[in-house]
Design a protein around this ligand. Structure first.
Ligand code: NAD
Length: 312
């Protein structure tokens, strides 16, 4: 198949391109390089099955003939998506319209990389897909959270009204090689600080929780949702349901890096969610998918990758 991946030069997009090409498909990768890096896809540049288009998804994508579309274009880390919040919400909203229109033209399925952030600061200990969320629509995270919620709305309206073949994955915190080491996401931040023996910065008292999925687990989940029968539209949670406090994560990173870092507690930014844990029943039942890689193993692989970077 000829598969379009938006956000191809980003962390998840580049791993998805690798997977699709190793599955035998041709891939067109689109990216405006706002947060992605050509380095993430440089190993694909000489591959005849890969084509890169420098393009912004807020503009119509043009006349491409494709069999599947994965829409991953959007900055994902709070530091990045808050630099230009107006652009962030435009990317989610206009990007969704542009991939949906292209999917209709091609009569092909389109998968939206939505997020656990649509649940906001959840009031339930475990988030099921039926939970409508608890999002502050005017806060500093809203450009991302509400942008992703509006994109989901567009996906389901295009599906009901126009017959678009849609798939929506709600991705929970995913980590691994090729994350931007400097974009402030908690796993990369802790690893870099630990490798440098600098204080590990915890925002809040460290009791808030997250569930961390290793990238090699997540990508097959996206692919199996895309290739599922048309009646499976999602939204479907994809992530790891082993929940850790941020303090536990910091302690594990310090142990695995054998670092001398201590912990520095800083004020919690506004609207930071207190808890995050996906209910994965739908993914298991409908896609026969569940994560396999334990946090320790995933962290070891990520630490190994980060040690090889030349930023220290
Ligand atoms: P990333 O920032 O590494 O990748 C996003 C990519 O999209 C980058 O290459 C960026 O340059 C590109 N991009 C941004 N705006 C664009 C635009 N207007 N036009 C074209 N390209 C644009 O982030 P990631 O972690 O790889 O996330 C990929 C997708 O998965 C995002 O949509 C994100 O919301 C979603 N997601 C990620 C996570 C996670 O934990 N990594 C969790 C939930 C959802």
């Amino acid at each position: 198949m000829r598969v379009l991946v938006t956000g191809a030069a980003g962390f998840l997009g580049s791993h998805l391109c690798d997977q699709l090409i190793s599955d035998g498909h041709s891939v067109i990768g689109i990216d405006n390089l706002q947060t992605g890096r050509l380095k993430n896809i440089e190993h694909l540049q000489s591959n005849s099955k890969f084509e890169f288009l420098h393009h912004d998804v807020t503009e119509p994508i043009g006349n491409l003939k494709v069999d599947q579309i994965y829409n991953l274009a959007c900055p994902a880390s709070p530091i990045q998506y808050q630099i230009d919040p107006v652009k962030t919400i435009k990317t989610s909203f206009l990007g969704a319209i542009n991939v949906l229109d292209l999917a209709l033209e091609n009569n092909c399925p389109v998968l939206q990389s939505s997020t656990s952030e649509v649940y906001g600061d959840p009031t339930t200990p475990e988030q099921v897909e039926e939970y409508w969320g608890n999002v502050n629509p005017i806060g500093i995270r809203a450009c991302y959270d509400e942008g992703k919620r509006a994109a989901e709305t567009l996906f389901f309206d295009y599906h009901r009204q126009l017959g678009a073949k849609v798939k929506v994955a709600r991705i929970f915190n995913t980590y691994g090689p090729r994350m931007d080491p400097l974009d402030g996401r908690v796993v990369s931040n802790f690893i870099i600080q630990a490798i440098r023996n600098e204080p590990i910065s915890i925002f809040g008292d460290g009791s808030h929780t997250r569930s961390f999925c290793y990238v090699a687990d997540l990508i097959p989940g996206l692919v199996s949702l895309m290739n599922s029968i048309p009646t499976i539209t999602g939204p479907i949670n994809l992530g790891n349901n082993q929940e850790f406090s941020i303090l536990e994560l910091a302690e594990e990173v310090i142990r695995l890096t054998e670092s001398d870092s201590n912990i520095l507690y800083l004020p919690l930014p506004s609207d930071d969610p207190q808890q995050r844990k996906p209910n994965l029943k739908k993914a298991e039942e409908l896609l026969s998918w569940k994560p396999k890689i334990e946090l320790r193993e995933g962290l070891q692989k990520t630490i190994h990758h980060f040690r090889e970077l030349t930023i220290y």
